[in-house]
Write a protein that binds this ligand. Structure first.
Ligand code: IPM
Ligand code: MN
Length: 327
């Protein structure tokens, strides 16, 4: 059975790392029926296209989307982020942002293995707010945080289910001591869902304290659930303490529906064309896509090939070739 996958290489190093991911997936024996989408900052500069509704409608008929990175220095901030990436997350209701962090133990340093489940459709990302009296001395900017009972509950439930299949430990991260409205909703919802999972041990960390633990004691974590903005910030830190952002994959999931897979990193225009881009984050995102497509056996082989002790060094395509050779 072939899977219908939309490919969006995007900008900068995006197309380079996606090419390696597709090479590895093919070598793992999974056939994809790919449809290419030329979208991103470069496309916007060419003809003003960001993400037409007709494209989103096509995507609903696919099994998955595999993306590289979007963003071009010449496009003002927010245009592509909100118009393409967030529109994709919101329109396809990709409500789970799943980011695993795995670091093998080595001489002197302990390893770790945890997953951040970031709520992916609400919070400050929802776009609530605006400018009043813009560009006057009396201007006002507000940017609210939207938290719905349904949105928080489905993120918590997903995280508890995930914890059940792992080490049965789930930490909620928030800032309930200051964000007393959204924090209260999160805390009550988390505790109510927890009652359905008595086997899962729960914990709570304020987000600032979690930053310390990410650096000093990441072994304490199994699964973390948190809101959209805290999750954004924490997962960059998670990448940094797990071997670098070049290794960190993402799944943007609407479980059972078309979902989107991409590296955590950006388009890195400064190294485009140099062969310096590390394709491992894209390859591991491809493995997560295979899990979603029911091809977990191939996904596990790809993950093992990436995790073999001999370090993967070389250019972007040499690293891809090495992974292929290990399969
Ligand atoms: C991420 C990115 C995006 C986000 C940006 C590019 C909109 O930083 O996927 O973490 O903030 O979610
Ligand atoms: Mn981010």
């Amino acid at each position: 059975m072939t899977h219908r996958v939309g490919i969006m290489g995007g900008d900068g190093i995006g197309p380079e790392v996606v090419a390696e991911g597709l090479k590895v997936i093919a070598a793992a024996g999974v056939e994809l029926d790919c449809v290419d989408y030329d979208l991103g900052g470069e496309r916007f500069l060419k003809d003003g296209t960001i993400l037409p509704d007709s494209v989103v409608a096509e995507w609903r008929g696919l099994d998955a989307l595999y993306c590289g990175a979007v963003g071009t220095p010449d496009v003002p901030p927010g245009v592509i982020e909100r118009g393409l990436l967030l529109k994709m997350r919101f329109d396809l209701d990709l409500y789970i942002n799943y980011r695993p962090f795995l670091k093998a133990a080595d001489e002197g340093a302990e390893g770790h293995d945890f997953v951040v489940i970031r709520e992916n459709t609400e919070g400050t990302y929802a776009g609530e707010g605006g400018l009043l009296r813009a560009n006057t001395p009396h201007e006002v900017a507000t940017q609210g945080s939207v938290n719905t009972r349904m949105g928080v509950e489905r993120a918590c439930r997903y995280a508890f289910e995930l914890a059940m299949g792992r080490r049965r430990h789930l930490t909620m991260v928030h800032k309930t001591n200051v964000l007393t409205f959204s924090g209260d909703l999160w805390e009550r919802t988390f505790n109510e869902v927890a009652a359905d999972y008595p086997e899962v041990e729960t914990a709570y960390n304020h987000v600032d304290a979690a930053c310390i633990y990410f650096v000093q004691d990441p072994q304490r974590y199994d699964v973390i659930v948190t809101d959209n903005l805290f999750g954004d910030i924490l997962t960059d830190l998670g990448g940094a303490v797990s071997g670098g952002i070049g290794l960190a994959p993402t799944a943007n999931l609407n479980p059972g529906q078309v979902s989107m897979f991409e590296p955590v990193h950006g388009s890195a225009p400064d190294i485009v064309g140099t062969g310096k881009a590390n394709p491992i984050a894209a390859v591991l995102s491809g493995a997560m896509m295979l899990d979603h497509l029911g091809e977990s056996e191939a996904a596990n082989r790809i993950r093992s090939a990436c995790a073999e002790p001999n370090t993967l060094v070389g250019t972007t395509s040499e690293i891809g070739d090495l992974i292929v050779a290990r399969l």
